[in-house]
Design a protein around this ligand. Structure first.
Ligand code: SF4
Ligand code: MG
Length: 332
């Protein structure tokens, strides 16, 4: 499989005043293959949106690197960065906030084309906007209207059309359906899936709802407090979750078939999500983990491939620690 995006030890810290540092993304690594949908799931505040914005270059990074199609996103010269943005686009949670209320749909969708000098004449751009509107299930009659004249689902379609205007390879969708009515969520998901097939797109799909992410993603990374704690295929994650946090998230998803008895015991996590300003020592999940051990407060678990294509950061899967060697050394 061809790697389109490589994220290596990415860190994004925000300095708050003189002393405090918010570690929004703290040493995260993963790769996204061409044509796949990679999901990132986690509670609000876990750093998933910040990771998305840093990957696409909206934020500078604190450390680490992002390699897109062989190019280092954060060290490119302005001109090359501008060219790279044609390949990477973003869809936002709130389509209304991201669409200029005083612009018509035609202006909204053709703006990126003008900025990037695509399609030489106005007629060419208009023709392209009509095509894009049809691609997302709208039509040319919508072109002269304003965002407020549309429903939430239609506005998200406009946002998607705008993201497609530059014919990108890669799209980051940050909670693209969580602000929509349940009845239109599936329509937008189906639209994204169809566009992916037709245009060979690669997606990074960010959401807090694991059942939603599972439906659309080929592989999934689970984030907790700025850290990636588990990463594997959708199927593996669902059938054999390794990390205690993932197990808790999954236990909250009801099994859809009423004839199948729900064998999963609901795991209720104790306590609140700690602040990323003062994260727990060792394993960031330890204050809420039902399996926490003494070593969890002392050592940060390493990111390891516990099974084929199945990565996890948890001492339970670290043989040396579980055999007690490392642990007794640390204790001594
Ligand atoms: Fe729980 Fe320890 Fe594993 Fe962290 S390292 S998830 S605290 S068992
Ligand atoms: Mg967010």
């Amino acid at each position: 499989q061809q790697v389109l995006l490589e994220v290596n030890h990415l860190k994004k810290y925000f300095q708050l005043g003189k002393k405090e540092t918010l570690k929004a993304v703290d040493d995260v690594s993963f790769r996204i293959f061409k044509g796949e949908t990679f999901g990132i799931v986690g509670e609000s505040g876990c750093g998933k949106s910040t990771a998305g914005r840093t990957i696409i270059g909206l934020y500078d990074r604190t450390d680490g690197e992002v390699i897109f199609d062989g190019k280092n996103v954060h060290t490119l010269k302005e001109k090359e960065k501008f060219a790279l943005y044609r390949q990477m686009q973003m869809i936002f949670q709130d389509p209304y906030a991201s669409l200029n209320p005083r612009s018509t749909v035609m202006e909204i969708i053709s703006e990126p084309m003008e900025v990037h000098g695509l399609y030489r004449t106005k007629q060419d751009r208009v023709k392209r906007v009509y095509e894009l509107l049809e691609d997302v299930g709208l039509n040319r009659d919508h072109a002269n209207r304003y965002p407020h004249e549309f429903s939430g689902g239609q506005r998200q379609r406009i946002g998607i059309a705008r993201a497609l205007a530059l014919d990108p390879q890669f799209i980051i969708a940050d909670e693209p359906i969580s602000a929509l009515d349940v009845s239109v969520q599936a329509q937008v998901v189906n639209l994204l899936k169809r566009l992916q097939k037709e245009k060979g797109l690669t997606f990074l799909f960010i959401a807090h709802d694991l059942s939603m992410v599972k439906q659309i993603s080929d592989r999934i990374g689970v984030m907790y407090l700025g850290n990636l704690v588990e990463l594997t295929t959708s199927g593996q994650l669902y059938n054999k979750p390794l990390h205690p946090y993932t197990q808790a998230l999954l236990s909250a998803i009801p099994i859809p078939d009423p004839d199948v008895e729900d064998a999963r015991e609901r795991i209720i996590l104790k306590g609140e999500l700690p602040s990323p300003i003062n994260p727990p020592s060792g394993c960031v999940f330890r204050t809420r983990c039902p399996h926490a051990m003494e070593v969890c407060a002392q050592k940060k678990p390493v990111w390891q491939e516990a099974d084929d294509q199945h990565f996890v950061a948890c001492h339970l899967y670290n043989k040396e620690i579980m055999d007690g060697k490392e642990y007794s050394q640390t204790a001594a």
